[in-house]
Design a protein. Structure first.
Lengths: 109, 300
């Protein structure tokens, strides 16, 4: 592991990238196994599943940044795990909003 | 639009993907890792969560105020140079000869500034504008103008803007010229028969036909000016004070000057996101402009 020390991996960022890679992998398999037609949704532009995923991801990043800027990351709850418990940041609400908006984007855009 | 597209050909770009993974994706992942941590060097990192992003987006902190101020300056700079270069480029393209040997001469002269590397352009203007030995600076001061880009904010801005206009108006002009050349003569003949004025020809024929190249020109110039680093860095070094410190200059100051890798990583990710969004919007508008579609077409 010494030779990748400069990449400064942490468990949370590793989980993030693994999930991103899995998402892209599934989308790649879907595109190959079930070819689709472009369609025009509420944005009046032709989009494929990949386009909708891209819009969802970018929107998720924007939602999280706006949440950090205007709402903050104060803890909203404490899970009874371990001696001190695990605090849940309000940023997870932004993640929830992002997921809901991703579903909306995949259905309407 | 109902035809399914076979996307399997994309697998052919896998070798390129492998190369890009090493040159771009792994470094980008590292930046994401850095943005969540703090370091004092020696490959030792400390978890900081979204702390840097909080600071970056909070104008009351040092990092936040610097980022937002440089972002504001950068947007102002892009707006000013677009407002000058696009109309000027159109005027230059319209006044260029349409045929004959002068076309080649004009094209070569216009292409010259585009061929000069950024740092050389910066050095040229840095010397050109100096009040003691520069032709421009010396002349202006001899004429009674108190021009000094090192100490005066307005002069520094004027120099950087004029330099960018000098360097890049040619690009807009060349693109517009290409757009103008593609207009068939029949349009002009029809306009002549209708007795259209010069302005009417421009508004009804030339401008609509230049639409797409203009969009490309605006996109290229916006992205380039939004990411500008070398020229203002060479001429003013971001000064006087911080008056010409644009986002990329601020980023380099934080990353390499202060060695605050976490702060710089957070800044560059937000910077990257802004550029990504603007690119996507421009690209989408560009590829969909002028595409004729049936009025009503529901989703699949």
């Amino acid at each position: 592991m010494e030779h990748i020390a400069w990449m400064a991996w942490t468990l949370p960022t590793a989980i993030f990238f693994v999930m991103l890679a899995l998402t892209l992998g599934v989308m790649t398999w879907l595109a190959a196994a079930y070819p689709e037609a472009e369609r025009i949704g509420v944005l009046r532009i032709p989009t494929t599943r990949g386009d909708r995923l891209f819009i969802s991801l970018v929107l998720a990043a924007v939602i999280h940044l706006l949440w950090i800027a205007f709402v903050g990351t104060d803890p909203i709850a404490t899970l009874p795990i371990g001696e001190e418990g695990v605090e849940i940041s309000s940023l997870w609400l932004a993640t929830l909003i992002s997921l809901v908006s991703a579903v909306a984007i995949f259905r309407t855009v | 639009m109902d035809k399914t597209i076979n996307q399997k050909a994309w697998f052919l770009v896998l070798p390129v993907f492998a190369v890009v993974a090493f040159s771009a994706i792994l470094p980008l992942m590292t930046v994401v890792n850095y943005s969540m941590q703090d370091t004092f060097g020696n490959n030792q990192f400390f978890w900081n969560g979204v702390g840097w992003f909080k600071e970056l987006l909070d104008p009351s902190t040092d990092l936040g105020s610097r980022f937002l101020a440089s972002l504001g300056r950068n947007l102002l700079f892009s707006a000013i140079i677009l407002a000058i270069e696009v109309p000027l480029g159109i005027v230059v393209a319209l006044s260029m000869p349409r045929e004959g040997w002068t076309v080649a001469v004009c094209l070569v002269i216009l292409a010259l500034p585009l061929l000069i590397p950024w740092n050389v352009v910066g050095t040229i203007w840095q010397i050109f504008g100096r009040p003691d030995i520069g032709l421009l600076g010396y002349t202006l001061n001899s004429l009674g103008f108190d021009y000094n880009y090192v100490s005066n904010e307005f002069d520094a801005w004027a120099t950087v803007i004029v330099m960018d206009v000098w360097h890049w108006t040619s690009l807009v002009a060349l693109l517009c010229y290409a757009g103008l050349k593609s207009i068939p003569d029949a349009y002009y003949q029809a306009a002549q028969i209708d007795g259209a004025s010069r302005w009417a020809v421009f508004k009804a024929i030339q401008l609509p036909k230049m639409n797409r190249v203009l969009l490309i020109a605006v996109l290229l110039r916006f992205m380039d000016s939004f990411m500008i680093y070398t020229e203002p860095f060479v001429v003013t070094g971001g000064g006087p004070g911080n008056s010409t410190t644009f986002v990329s200059i601020e980023l380099v100051k934080i990353a390499l000057g202060q060695f605050d890798l976490g702060k710089a990583a957070a800044l560059s990710l937000v910077y990257n996101l802004i550029i990504l969004i603007v690119c996507w919007v421009f690209y989408t508008v560009m590829t969909n402009a002028g595409v004729e579609r049936p009025a009503k077409q529901g989703g699949a």
